[in-house]
Design a protein around this ligand. Structure first.
Ligand SMILES: [Zn+2]
Length: 207
């Protein structure tokens, strides 16, 4: 059998399910929102083999972009948050990119963990494990631009359809590449929640 160079979405979801990175049921977020599905991507990334397959697959999608492949290895891989660090390291390795950075949210503002100066940062590819709203990607795009660096691509393992498929930059936008596009369901109130109506016991989750 020919190995799949980029595993199809169903296969990625199967890997996430098997590792506990994706669960179905009845979950309540700290915000009070209810949902029938729950992703905890770090559970998938605790297994080195899974982490590697996912990161290599994403790197192959990124490499197909001419804006990225034409400037390798002078590229910086950027994670918007600590959650994306395993993805960033995996993608960096697969692309042989020169630099890696990650950001954190401190006092409500996203900042690079590293002290960096304008001019030091290569053209940037932003990668993350999951995009739910796309806010983290957008904030990171702005952060990179404040440093005077260029964003040449974005990629995530899972993109909720509530996150944009392109980061708007005025022109045609930067596409957000993903291995899975997920049809996310949220219920703002218990009354609207299908699982609540079934009396399904709810699990309160932290993230
Ligand atoms: Zn509910």
């Amino acid at each position: 059998m020919m190995p799949q160079l980029i595993p199809p979405p169903e296969q990625v979801m199967e890997m996430l399910k098997k590792t506990g990175g994706f669960r179905e049921g009845h979950f309540v977020y700290p915000s009070g929102r209810h949902t029938p599905h729950y992703f905890q991507m770090p559970l998938a990334f605790r297994y080195y083999d899974t982490a590697r397959v996912l990161a290599v697959a994403l790197s192959r999608k990124l490499r197909l972009e001419k804006d990225i492949s034409s400037v390798l290895p002078k590229v910086a891989i950027i994670s918007p948050s600590p959650g994306g660090i395993p993805v960033a390291f995996g993608v960096r390795e697969a692309l042989c990119a020169e630099q890696i950075y990650w950001a954190e949210r401190e006092e409500g503002k996203r900042m690079f963990r590293q002290y960096v100066n304008a001019g030091e940062v290569n053209p940037c590819v932003i990668v993350d494990d999951i995009a739910r709203s796309g806010d983290a990607l957008l904030e990171t795009v702005n952060l990179v631009r404040e440093l005077g660096a260029q964003v040449i691509g974005c990629g995530v393992i899972v993109r909720f359809n509530s996150a944009p498929a392109r980061i708007d930059d005025g022109a045609e936008g930067i596409p957000v590449l993903s291995l899975v596009e997920f049809d996310a369901k949220w219920y703002e109130k218990e009354d609207d929640c299908v699982e609540c109506r079934k009396d399904a016991p709810a699990e309160h989750v932290r993230f």
